[in-house]
Design a protein around this ligand. Structure first.
Ligand code: ZN
Ligand code: ZN
Length: 333
């Protein structure tokens, strides 16, 4: 069967791989559509430290069940949690398998889903009647939803989200879904517009406006109770701590490439909760599917292009040459 494989940095090809056989407790799936995100772009560009080559890409999955079980029958549409968990490490023992020390994500540490058939543990599949395009968006949106869960966001909170890319948009939709007043911050007008449609009540253009002044205006000088960083820049890592309200929560989803210098007295003075957020838990998948079912996310605006498998290698090259031109690309199998 055909697969999209990365053979090395900048070298994506359609390859032939063996058909998988479902093991005990696994379902056999026919892959329908798979989304590409910044992780895949980084892998293509040789900037993902976790990947080894060759590697079949793909972790944002919409599929149809070919061989099911008693609960999930053949013909059902599903999305898939692309992570593994060992069950024994400290994270797994605490029920936080999303942060498993030995996690292997599809398309990163193990071969992924941009291929024709896939075998997945039934426990990692989520049946749904959502359209295939929506199903591909579930996993990327869960990452932001998980950040909102980590930040214990409620309807009484004001939440500010730095970055309106795929991950930030999930955090915005998650905070809005929980009923919070949600502030989206980015330097791209189109992304801010999409953020509004995803539920942002206020938007701040960080090049045209003074972010600190606007945050203080919106919160009557207090600062937001929850700050979510979804970019990974030292400046926004710091600003999240500087602008958070006293006793606020700061949640980091972005990966900063370099060390970040902090005025650490703010951690203590404000008695902040500073939290990391990684991947997502089953409840985040269920919450995102309910939100999509309720039609509360601008799916059309969030997807830049849908291309057939054969065009995937040239699409990756185009994206790499012009990263800003695309947010979400989907491969139709
Ligand atoms: Zn992704
Ligand atoms: Zn584990």
């Amino acid at each position: 069967m055909k697969a999209l494989s990365l053979l090395g940095e900048g070298d994506a090809r359609i390859t032939e791989i063996a058909e998988p056989q479902p093991g005990a407790g696994e379902l056999l799936l026919k892959v329908e559509m798979v989304g590409l995100c910044g992780t895949d772009l980084n892998s293509f560009r040789g900037r993902n430290p976790l990947i080894t080559y060759p590697r079949v890409l793909g972790h944002e999955i919409a599929a149809t069940v070919l061989q099911g079980n008693a609960a999930i029958g053949a013909g059902t549409h599903v999305t898939v949690s692309p992570y593994t968990s060992c069950g024994r490490c400290p994270a797994c023992r605490r029920g936080r398998q999303n942060a498993c020390r030995y996690n292997e994500t599809f398309g990163v540490q193990r071969d992924g889903a941009i291929t024709e058939l896939l075998c997945v543990s039934a426990a990692k599949t989520y049946p749904s009647t959502l359209p295939l395009k929506d199903l591909c968006l579930v996993e990327p949106l869960t990452v932001g939803f998980h950040a909102c869960a980590r930040g214990r966001v409620t309807k009484d909170d004001v939440v500010a989200v730095f970055g309106c890319g795929g991950i930030g948009l999930g955090a915005i939709a998650g905070a809005a879904y929980r009923g919070a007043r949600t502030i989206a911050i980015d330097l791209d007008d189109a992304k801010l517009e999409t953020a509004r449609k995803a539920g942002a009540t206020d938007v701040i253009h960080s090049r045209k406006e003074d972010v600190r002044e606007r945050l203080r205006d919106i919160t009557a000088g207090d600062g937001p109770g929850v700050m979510i960083e979804a970019i990974g820049l030292p400046e926004t890592f710091r600003m999240a701590v500087e602008e958070a309200a006293f006793t606020g929560r700061v949640v980091y989803i972005g990966y900063a490439r370099e060390p970040v210098a902090y005025e650490t007295k703010l951690f203590v003075q404000k008695e902040l909760d500073i939290l990391g957020s990684r991947n997502a838990l089953p409840q985040d998948f269920l919450d995102v599917m309910a939100m999509l079912d309720a039609g509360r996310f601008p799916v059309a605006e969030a997807v830049t292009a849908i291309v057939p498998l054969d065009e995937a290698p040239s699409m990756l090259a185009q994206w790499s040459a012009n990263p800003a031109a695309f947010t979400k690309i989907m491969i139709q199998m």
